[in-house]
Write a protein that binds this ligand. Structure first.
Ligand SMILES: [Fe+2]
Length: 379
């Protein structure tokens, strides 16, 4: 779907007006996404030899036996830290050929399957499956963040089917990406990844008719929807295996820098930095995703909206880190301009990453200076 520039504000405004149930920027969708050239891996670039624990989150491609021929692990087993520790104790070193080289679709489908198994039919709440999250789900998200073609995940994380799981994975993945770009250490990255994954856990307490309502929510329905923040915090705050910061993210991910958010209208330093990061990831995924009640918004429109909100409702430093990191992945890729021309993204402007230098038919255009034309979508 292509939108003229003048339509963009109206679309965002309309969607926010009619579908305000998930925060200020509850718009979604993305145009056709294309795999990039492999220049945008998430966590750890490079093709060096994998360490044993780097295999966590992947599935075995063959049976693994010990020296005496005893079957230790069968093909298709998901490698968690426990399986890897078992192999280390047996002096078995995995090789690249021992694991399935999963496609992005397979990785996401595998993660969704794990989520469904871990959470089951949890409509009335219940214990949070912390062990499964840490041992099985987070390693899969880490694998995604290491993938050479991170943008290809977005294509499959925005689908309507299994939206809740895709949203949880997408927000965890993008939160991790932002945290990594901000220089967080591995311990903090893991804490943040889990926080991103569980940020909307409180929605288990909201009726599905409200969550999936195709029309405008009534005032009381909207208030009920907003309570997923406090409900999630209550679920998490005394749960073993969940940190205080992770519970705070569930409570604060709809708070905004300028005090326009909920549930308490906190501002700036009153909001935990993890909550600010997850808020950006949440807005990004919500905007690019397809829902029954939302029209798609082109990819670069989403990025520009986040850039604009960086000086109002979203944290400026975290937003800039996010935009730089995402746009770095796009260098070398083709994009459609609002003029209808196809451009190649050549180089970023560090202070204004969503307006890069592009090349169109041999002519270079600095979009930070030439504001009559903008990036629209990936082609
Ligand atoms: Fe939320």
């Amino acid at each position: 779907m292509r939108l003229l520039l003048e339509d963009i504000g109206a679309v965002i405004s309309d969607v926010c007006t009619y579908f305000p149930q998930d925060g200020v920027l509850n718009t979604g969708g993305i145009g056709a996404l294309k795999r990039n050239n492999g220049n945008g891996s998430g966590d750890d670039k490079g093709s060096g030899r994998l360490k044993p624990y780097d295999y966590a989150g992947l599935r075995l491609s063959r049976d693994i036996h010990n020296d005496t021929g005893v079957l230790l692990l069968s093909a298709r087993t998901l490698l968690t830290y426990k399986e890897i520790e078992l192999l280390i104790r047996q002096n078995i070193a995995l090789k690249a050929g021992d694991v399935k080289q999963a496609t992005t679709v397979q990785l996401i489908d595998d993660a969704i399957k794990e989520i469904n198994e871990a959470f089951g039919d949890k409509e009335d709440g219940g214990p949070i499956p912390c062990d499964s999250i840490h041992d099985r789900i987070v390693p899969m998200i880490v694998q995604m963040s290491r993938h050479a073609c991170l943008t290809s995940f977005w294509e499959h994380l925005i689908l309507h089917d299994e939206y809740t799981s895709r949203h949880s994975i997408g927000v965890a993945l993008m939160s991790r990406l932002i945290g990594k770009a901000m220089g967080l250490n591995e311990e903090n990255l893991t804490e943040l990844t889990v926080a991103g994954f569980l940020h909307d856990i409180g929605k288990v307490g909201i009726p599905q008719e409200i969550i999936n309502k195709p029309g405008k929510l009534t005032t009381s329905e909207y208030e009920r929807m907003k309570s997923h923040t406090t409900y999630g915090f209550d679920m998490m705050k005394n749960t073993k295996g969940i940190t205080n910061r992770q519970a705070l993210v569930a409570l604060q991910h709809h708070e905004r820098e300028d005090g326009s958010g909920y549930p308490y209208g906190l501002k700036g330093d009153q909001i935990d930095p993890f909550s600010k990061i997850v808020a950006i990831a949440d807005v990004f995924h919500a905007m690019i995703s397809s829902r029954v009640y939302k029209k798609p918004i082109p990819f670069y429109t989403v990025l520009r909206e986040i850039s604009r909100q960086a000086y109002h409702s979203l944290d400026a430093a975290a937003s800039l880190c996010f935009l730089k990191r995402v746009m770095e992945m796009m260098v070398g890729n083709k994009a459609l301009l609002s003029s209808g021309d196809e451009a190649t993204i050549i180089m970023l402007n560090p202070d204004d990453p969503v307006h890069p230098l592009v090349e169109v038919n041999g002519r270079y255009i600095d979009l930070s200076k030439e504001r009559s034309v903008q990036l629209e979508c990936i082609v």
